[in-house]
Design a protein. Sequence first.
Length: 130
Amino acid sequence: MNFILLAIEKDTPLSYFPIALQLVIAIGFVVVMMVVTHLLGPRRKTHDKLINFESGIPSVGNARQPVGIKYFLVAILFVLFDVEVIFFYPYAVNFKELGKDGFLEVALFVAFFLCGFIYIVKKGALEWEE
């Protein structure tokens, strides 16, 4: 028992075994569920099931219509600022160890993104014209 605990505490290949085991179980679960649903699921292809629809709304017109660039701009900006929030997690976990220097670095990080946010608001990137 002590040998297993000592091997896990050190940075050895055995210490990565739980991660590998979880990955194998997760992939196995996905494969098994896909095979089971394919084998047990109904196979009735009716005209109503084969009609294209978007969010429950029947399609009207050509699908090749241009989409406004504002939609993509807002989506990209959302991803940008959403990823910013992810970087706060390590700071929140280690804020006591980082001290004042860590706080100043996070404040600078927020200031850079705040400057970017002010820039996109002044450029009118979030204003929708209908």
